[in-house]
Design a protein around this ligand. Structure first.
Ligand SMILES: Nc1c(NC[C@H](O)[C@H](O)[C@H](O)CO)[nH]c(=O)[nH]c1=O
Ligand SMILES: CC(=O)[C@@H](O)COP(=O)(O)O
Length: 137
């Protein structure tokens, strides 16, 4: 049984709740346990995973980044993904469920567990990486 840390950037509460629901359901369906920590925004997700790296078997990053008027979108979307990928290359089992979308409608379809269920998908990816880690690590 693995213990998974969900790191959720609580920027859009109603969308986060859906991502969390999907991620938690996927982890529980696979017979694992989880805890959740809430951080201010997507940029804080990789740093938080790095701080907790030794304490959990796998990690799920959740959040929603919606394009605004400025270049800030590129920074938040790109740097959060870059940070998560850097930690993945260091050998951590992580699923990236940070949505990077043009508008709220796109986010809603992707967050809803009965639609694209990107929270659940990210949790399954984290567990798949954990399996690969035990096989090759
Ligand atoms: N605009 C969004 C942000 N921005 C906040 C940053 O992630 C960060 O918390 C701030 O710059 C302080 O370091 N975060 C999201 O998760 N989603 C956004 O759409
Ligand atoms: C991530 C963003 O683009 C964002 O929420 C910031 O919006 P803006 O560029 O309009 O300041």
């Amino acid at each position: 049984m693995a213990h998974v840390l969900i790191v959720e950037a609580r920027f859009y509460t109603h969308l986060n709740d859906l991502l969390l629901e999907g991620a938690r359901a996927a982890i529980e369906a696979a017979g694992h346990t989880h805890e959740t920590v809430t951080v201010p925004g997507a940029l804080e997700v990789p740093g938080t995973i790095a701080l907790a790296a030794e304490r959990y078997d796998a990690f799920v990053g959740l959040g929603v980044v919606i394009r605004g008027e400025t270049y800030h979108f590129e920074i938040v979307a790109g740097e959060s993904a870059r940070g998560i990928m850097a930690l993945t290359m260091d050998g951590l089992a992580i699923g990236n469920g940070i949505l990077t979308v043009e508008n709220e409608d796109q986010a809603l379809v992707r967050a809803r567990p009965d639609q694209k269920d990107k929270g659940g998908e990210a949790a399954k990816a984290a567990l798949a990486m954990l399996d690969l880690k035990s096989r090759f690590g």
